[in-house]
Design a protein around this ligand. Structure first.
Ligand SMILES: [Zn+2]
Length: 254
């Protein structure tokens, strides 16, 4: 299995990171994709990647919650310099978040568009963070439509129409703990979306699946998410594992 979205480098894991990673490895998780947040955590992310070659892969990008008026242009410059220095499997996580701060919509949109332009120019997938912003995100994606524009809607929690729209734009859906929530809703319609468009993620340390809901999430819980897909798609666990792994490898070009 591949955890396509896990922030294992954040301080929530400072006391037991090695044990957390060992637990995940022992459950058969073979790769972990680390989405960037901002310059404050780049070093920790890149250090973790260096410790686990071939297992941990850092993305690069500026998270929409960290697009702030006084720093965002500098932050984007830094992202760009990292992208020029070496290869990354994806630009992420990027997007629009109107839950935490809707006063920055304009600069969030600009930062998102800039990073999409880089992804197209570098032929890289993007990993999208969208919170209370589906319309705004779709608007940007439709404006930027390009054969090379592709990637993952991370932590997808929209409805069937939004799922179809995302897939229609060439994106896969990152499915995490929300699929196990009683009120998560996506479990009701997910089977309408081909399994070839689904990748697994935990979004650790956030959004832990049931029965760990509300506690710290970790990559070893990925099997609980895959287990839920066993019910939704009426397929064996090994089949869910195989197909979602192939999907992730294809997206990230590994
Ligand atoms: Zn994230």
């Amino acid at each position: 299995m591949i955890d396509t979205h896990t922030h294992l480098y954040t301080e929530e894991f400072d006391n037991d990171r090695d044990e957390v990673i060992q637990r995940a490895l022992s459950k058969g998780i073979t790769q972990f994709y680390l989405p960037a947040i901002n310059s404050e955590t780049h070093d920790k992310m890149l250090e973790l990647e260096a410790q686990f070659p071939g297992k941990m892969f850092a993305m690069m990008g500026l998270h929409p919650c960290y697009v702030k008026a006084d720093t965002w242009t500098e932050e984007l410059e830094l992202v760009k310099s990292h992208l020029n220095k070496r290869s990354f499997p994806a630009i992420g996580e990027i997007g629009i978040d109107l839950y935490w701060d809707n006063s920055t919509l304009e600069i969030q949109t600009k930062a998102f568009e800039q990073q999409i332009d880089w992804a197209i120019a570098m032929d890289l997938p993007i990993v999208i963070h969208t919170r209370e912003s589906f319309d705004e995100v779709f608007e940007v994606l439709e404006r930027k439509k390009h054969p090379k524009l592709r990637g993952i809607f991370h932590c997808f929690s929209g409805d069937l129409e939004q799922a179809n729209r995302a897939v229609g734009l060439g994106f896969s859906l990152g499915i995490g703990g929300v699929v196990t929530f009683k009120n998560g809703k996506i479990d009701q319609f997910l089977k309408e979306i081909p399994l070839e468009k689904i990748v697994l993620e935990t979004d650790s340390p956030y959004l832990a699946p049931v029965p760990h809901r509300g506690k710290r999430n970790e990559s070893s819980y990925l099997d609980l998410i895959a287990g839920k897909l066993v019910n939704i798609y009426s397929k064996d666990f090994s089949e869910i594992d195989r197909i979602t792994t192939e999907n992730a490898l294809k997206i990230f070009g590994k």
